[in-house]
Design a protein around this ligand. Sequence first.
Ligand code: UD1
Ligand code: UDP
Length: 372
Amino acid sequence: MARRILTVFGTRPEAIKLFPLVHALRGDARFDSRVCVTGQHRGMLDQVLEIAGIVPDHDLDVMQPDQSLDALTARLLTGIGQVLDAERPDWVVVQGDTATAMCGALAAYYRKIPIAHVEAGLRSGNIYHPWPEEVNRRVIGTMARLHCAPTQTAADALRRENIDPAAIHVTGNTVIDALQWVTERIRHEPGLASGLAEIETRFAGKRIVGVTSHRRENFGDGMQAIAEAIRQIAARDDVALIFPVHLNPNVRSVMQAALAGLSNVALIEPLDYLHFARLLDISTLMLTDSGGVQEEAPALGKPVLVMRETTERPEGIVAGTARLVGTDCARIVTETNRLLDDAGAYAEMARAHNPFGDGRSAGRIAELLATE
Ligand code: UD1
Ligand code: UDP
């Protein structure tokens, strides 16, 4: 009988990293694939569902404006629990370290349903960076039956926590599958990612710096410092910054107040994944505090300056494509100018590396779900 797999996700990055697995499962007769979205993100989740052609079987629609972590957690846990009681899956799949992933795993554990954790074993070693994700993923790690580690480094971290080595598999990160999938679609149909044309024309002749920022631990002083750094970089006349602003009001209010109206800065709405791939492609470098962008940029040979104090993705740093710059305004500006002005420093970072995967991770995870 086909194994019933319930894949649970709710935010933009989970949707991006799980759509390749949903595609693999639904095309395979060994599985009865079901999808539950929590709607932790609404607009940014729906953008991905549409591009990936996924119509969820369940949509909990839990998002509320500026939701608190405790209210969100409570709604997620009870909502996912009800779906599990209705579906009674053989496996529950969760990805990464969001509130949705942690609650999906906890609801499954309460029903003794085996959990497969995609992107297992990322650790920063600091429970407040990233917050609350470092604890979310550790908690999931204690409950999962199958740990799909993206890299050997992640697998080693799990072994150090005394997780059964037989349950740990290095599968690569499905983000590379997703990136290759959209890149291929754009190659066949460039019009799919042509929505930036007007901005590209406006900034013709300037080097583009792509920016994203949303981390909770950066709210307040960190966000202010990032905004000020962008303002100072934008004073250069040879550079333009394109910044799709996260829908979190704590991000938008700061960035709008500090940056709206600057001629060298395009503050735009979140881009769908096809257009974000285009932004990566046209950018000279990326300034980000995102996890996923730290994985995508190295694959494309784009230097990435990581506006965080720590990273759970050391592979990009080791490969030389990523550098931690924290949230100190002067440091962000200095490191950005160094890459823009020193061709040697730029060339050293701008080499394509694929430490995070080969684009075949979803297939490996599907095999494990069929056989474990
Ligand atoms: C969440 C994840 C974080 C992940 C990030 C990816 C948790 C605790 N955090 O953080 O790990 O890196 O997503 O982006 O799970 N909002 C909208 N529309 C959207 C999305 C968000 O309006 O499509 C607004 C809402 O007001 C919402 C707020 O953003 O309340 C915060 O969303 P939430 O999911 O709680 O946290 P993120 O900071 O997005
Ligand atoms: N992304 C996107 N549109 C945007 C900004 C980011 O599609 O406007 C993608 C990006 O390519 C990456 C993912 O969203 O795959 C990262 O999401 P986010 O930074 O919100 O979360 P994190 O990865 O930090 O958890």
